[in-house]
Ligand binder design. Structure first.
Ligand code: VGL
Ligand code: ZN
Length: 212
């Protein structure tokens, strides 16, 4: 059994995109999204190292359906770097929707990483943008701080959490996803597919009680 004590040296909690636009009533609402907040607050108390991400798009971002005349949200469109799901406008830099949920309480988090800032490239992953080439710098940040084990939680399980977990694993981090502290967007079964893909890649799926 791996040592699952979250406060051991080398472990960090990575809290993905717990932002107003992903909450019920937000522009890209995730069903039951707000339910993760109290659980993440509890988890946060167990980790000395906490990193938070924010989806942080400029107006007119390439992932927005509104940036492509004639396109509707949730359509897929070929962009220069690959097939992109087009989303409703969301998490626009500086907007209320881009703010972290007001009840997220992680005052000891040392770093907030903003991603998806490049107008022409989306970034579900906290590590590498959707062109699969442009690093965010998070790998270096974590390595330089001696982090080897990452525990992910947040929104959405099937997009930003899954892509971040897969990239974390590929970068060599021991990677856990705390599934009950995530919620999925679930387009066409994407929630279940993400779990299968993560498990196949060596990402370990747990629920919060497994952390003791
Ligand atoms: C996300 C779709 C678009 C996420 C971000 O945080 O999972 N999903 N942008
Ligand atoms: Zn986004």
């Amino acid at each position: 059994m791996p040592d699952l004590t979250p406060d051991r040296e080398g472990a960090a909690l990575l809290v993905i995109d717990v932002q107003n636009d992903f909450m019920p009533g937000g522009r890209l609402a995730v069903t039951d999204g707000a339910a993760v907040v109290p659980l993440i607050n509890q988890l946060g108390q167990r980790f000395e190292q906490v990193v938070i991400t924010q989806d942080w798009h400029p107006a007119g971002h390439a992932s927005f359906a509104s940036s492509h005349p004639g396109c509707q949200p949730f359509e897929r469109k070929q962009l220069p770097y690959g097939l992109q799901i087009l989303w409703p406008d969301h998490c626009i830099q500086g907007s209320h929707g881009a703010q972290l949920h007001a009840e997220l309480n992680l005052p000891h988090a040392q770093s907030i990483l903003r991603k998806g800032c490049n107008r022409h490239i989306d970034s579900y992953s906290a590590f590498i943008e959707a062109d699969r080439q442009t690093p965010t710098g998070l790998t270096g940040y974590l390595r330089e701080r001696g982090i080897s084990d990452l525990y992910l939680c947040g929104l959405a399980l099937d997009y930003c959490v899954a892509w971040s977990a897969l990239d974390a694993r590929a970068a060599g981090f021991n990677t856990w996803v705390i599934v009950d502290a995530c919620r999925a967007i679930d387009l066409d079964g994407s929630g279940a597919a993400a779990l299968v893909q993560m498990e196949a890649a060596g990402v370990r799926l747990i629920d919060a009680p497994a952390l003791g």
